[in-house]
Design a protein around this ligand. Structure first.
Ligand SMILES: [Zn+2]
Length: 113
């Protein structure tokens, strides 16, 4: 769903809106003051998503876009979701390994434990 985040130029209120078409975009007004001069905050929503949100919204059966795979924060998400669905407690060891994999993929290969 094309959900975008906007900032009102007048009252600085930030809000999210579902924009399906150009007319939706043109009809959009600030829900606080009714002003229609808005700045779209590009990819702000996805960026601020926590890992829990990512995991909750992640659908392992859906085809992911290329950008999904290029985003290193999504590494391990599929495995994690799957284990979570099976009711496996991943523990903190898994978390730290995953974090390592995301930040420094080479280090995991050298890690023997
Ligand atoms: Zn406003």
């Amino acid at each position: 769903m094309p959900i975008y985040e906007y900032a009102c130029q007048r009252c600085k209120n930030e809000f999210q809106a579902l924009v399906m078409s150009r007319s939706d975009q043109e009809a959009l007004v600030c829900p606080i003051c009714g002003n229609h001069e808005l700045n779209r905050l590009i990819s702000r929503v996805a960026y601020h998503q926590s890992e829990k949100d990512r995991l909750d919204s992640f659908d392992p059966t859906a085809r992911q876009s290329d950008s999904f795979y290029k985003d290193s924060r999504n590494i391990g998400l599929q495995a994690k979701k799957r284990l979570q669905q099976m009711g496996v407690d991943l523990g903190s060891g898994f978390e730290s390994k995953l974090e390592k994999l995301r930040t420094d993929p080479g280090s995991v290969l050298k890690d023997s434990d």
